[in-house]
Each structure stands twice: as C-alpha cells, then as structure tokens.
Design a protein around this ligand. Structure first.
Ligand code: G6P
Length: 368
C-alpha cells in the first residue's frame, strides 16, 4: 500500500534507502569496546567450542551466497580461519571432507530457502554445529539451527534483495572481528575495526547521494543488452552481486567477474554497446584494477567506475563515475553495493520492468 511505501514508488527503492538504518541495526548491541570485539546473544556455543573451531562452511543461495563470499574474504583476512563457501544446492549432495570442528553458517534472508534448509539438516546430521544468519525471526532455518544471528533489517518486500544483503555483510564483519579476537587480532586492531564499523552507517548514507547520478547513467545505458561487472578482492563478490541485481530486475544479461579474469573470456564480449561496471575504490589492488580499466577502454568498451570520492585519475579514464566515500577495505563491499543497487533499479524502471516482482522469480524458493 501507499502507506507502507512511505512515498517511494517501489519497495526496492524504499529498502535501498533504509540501509543506513538497517546497517546500524545489524550491529546494534553487538560491539563491545571494552573487549574490542563483537558479541552475539544466540550462538549457543561454549567458549571451549568456539576456540576449537578450525574451519567455517558458509552456505547460501542467490544474493545471500554473495554475502558468504564477502564473508570468506573478511574472515580469512581478519581471523585467519579457513572458510569454504558452498552453494547450498551443491552442499546438500556433495559430502565434502570436513573436520569435526567445522562450523556451518547458513545465510538466508527468509530462513525458508529449501536448498539452504536441506544443507543445514545434512551438516547437522553429520554432527557439525550449525548457525543461522537470518532476517525472518522464527523462520524454519532459524528454528532448526543450533544457534544464530538475526539481521534485524525488518521485512524485505522487493524480490531482489538489497538491505538484507548489506546486513549480511555487516554480520560477516562482526564474525571476522569476533573470531579474529579469539585467535590473533590485537586489542588495538579490534578497536580500529569497531571504529570503522561505527562510521559505516553514515558512509552508506553518503553513498545514497549517488542516486541522481545513477539515474542519469542508467538513462545513458538502459538500451544495452550486455553488461560486465568487474572488481577484485573484496569487490569481486560486489561485482557478482551488482550483475545479479541487474539480471534479476531488468532482464539484461550481466556477468560479474574478478577483474583480471576478464582476459580469459569476457573481454571478447567488449564492444561499444557493452558497458563494464568497475568497482575500484582505493585498495591494495587499485593499480591493478586501473590497468584492467585501461584494457577495456583500449577495446572501445564504455566504462562506468565506482570510485572513491575525489579520484581524479579514474574520472579521466572512465566514461562515467559514481563516487563513494572511503572506508576500510573490508567494508568496501557494503558501501559499493549501494550505487550498484541504484543503477540496476533505474535501468529496470527505464525499461518498464516490474522491479518489485520480477518475472520468473520468487522472494523465497521453497521447492527444490
Ligand atoms: C531467491 C530470491 C533472492 C535470494 C535467494 C535466497 O532467489 O529471489 O533474492 O537471494 O532466493 O534467499 P534467502 O531468503 O535464502 O536469502
């Protein structure tokens, strides 16, 4: 209804704009400055169990699977604990060799996705502790897991996930902090991560000011039938998620790739009608990604670059830029997701698509 939409034309846009608040809600009450760590009410694991965990399996479907990939980069970097990311639809039949001290996280907005539920049940049957990272309180996966963490993002109505995704990424960062502090992260490093997290809602707010520019850029490229999304390291999953958003709601073909992999295939697609969306804030591999941008430009492909505010070099190199505020590398996926959601949204609207209820898709897939 109009009341529920709160003045927005679509739930998706409303939910995109809720993200400063939902990102804050995902960390509310979970940052412990005294211990320089993150704490969770519902893990239901003894301190001894927590310390003995030597591997994580993160399983999910769709957008939630992309948050698992972000989690892999965060947890392996900050906590130095090995992480496997598995599509739930694969994990449920795959029987991978795992240590008894492997902890499963099932990541799911709805808590009802049948493949994720089956993967959770299978891991539970094998004796692994299972955790749900879930938005919908009291959902099947939340109830069946041994413990879990709620996103507190509020109801997500748009079929294409937006605010649940950024909240999942926040929870991944909290887990990286928590397990990092259990193992080797110093008190000071823990505090720096807390500072970065506390600044995040205002950075998300600032990233939302790209909306008008996203609409303008959408107008320029809405007629294109193929897009590439390219990023590296923390922004490789961002590229996958940006491409998925566009596919889901605008029915435009889009592929996400780690930027350097484009040489091994996708670059053959590049022509003047195939834009490449680069996610290239300043980070450890910035120069490498700039070189990838130059390769695309040399082949006549238009480049839309998501860059850090004030990045003159890319402003010159790219056809269009979307500026996002600087943040710690591990939080870039959360800030960079915002303009990609908005870009997909405006392209879909311009193409006359039903953004909140895209054809052939369901909000949660409860049959195999
Ligand atoms: C469906 C939705 C996606 C979602 C996926 C996983 O495909 O359309 O937006 O990412 O299911 O859903 P879940 O509720 O498990 O996160």
């Amino acid at each position: 209804s109009d009341v529920e939409l709160g003045g927005f034309p679509h739930f998706m846009l409303k939910e995109i704009f809720e993200q400063p608040e939902t990102v804050r809600n995902a960390m509310r009450g979970r940052l412990d400055r005294d211990a320089a760590t993150a704490k969770f009410g519902g893990l239901n694991l003894t301190p001894q169990q927590l310390r003995s965990i030597d591997r994580f399996v993160l399983t999910a479907c769709g957008t939630s699977w992309h948050s698992a990939l972000v989690g892999e980069y965060m947890i392996e970097t900050l906590a130095r604990v090995p992480v496997e990311v598995e599509y739930a639809s694969e994990l449920r039949y795959r029987n991978p060799p795992l240590t008894p001290t492997t902890l499963l996280f099932a990541i799911t907005q709805s808590g009802e996705t049948i493949d994720t539920l089956a993967a959770l049940r299978e891991m539970k049957r094998k004796g692994h502790p299972t955790m749900a990272i879930c938005n919908v309180v009291g959902s099947t996966i939340a109830r069946e897991a041994d413990g879990g963490i709620y996103l507190h993002a509020g109801p997500e109505i748009g079929v294409a996930s937006t605010k649940a995704y950024t909240s999942q990424c926040v929870v991944m960062a909290l887990l990286a902090l928590h397990f990092g502090r259990l193992h080797h992260l110093s008190y000071e490093a823990g505090l720096r991560i807390i500072d970065d997290l506390e600044r995040l809602p205002s950075l998300v707010e600032r990233a939302l000011t790209t909306n008008a520019e996203c609409r303008r850029i959408a107008g320029k490229y809405a007629g294109c039938e193929n897009f590439l999304y390219l990023g590296r390291m923390y922004n490789f999953p961002t590229a996958l998620e940006g491409a998925l958003k566009l596919k889901e709601i605008s029915y435009v073909h889009a592929e996400g790739y780690p930027a350097a992999e484009m040489k091994h295939g996708p670059i053959a697609l590049v022509d003047e009608n195939t834009p490449s969306v680069f996610i290239v804030p300043r980070c450890g591999v910035y120069d490498k990604v700039v070189a990838n941008v130059e390769e695309i430009k040399a082949r006549g492909g238009p480049v839309i670059a998501v860059v850090e505010e004030g990045d003159r070099d890319l402003a010159e190199l790219a056809d269009d830029v979307l500026e996002i505020p600087a943040t710690a590398d591990f939080l870039q996926p959360i800030v960079a997701a915002i303009p990609l959601q908005l870009l997909a949204y405006h392209i879909a609207v311009l193409r006359g698509c039903d953004v909140d209820k895209p054809r052939n898709l369901a909000k949660s897939v409860t049959v195999e």
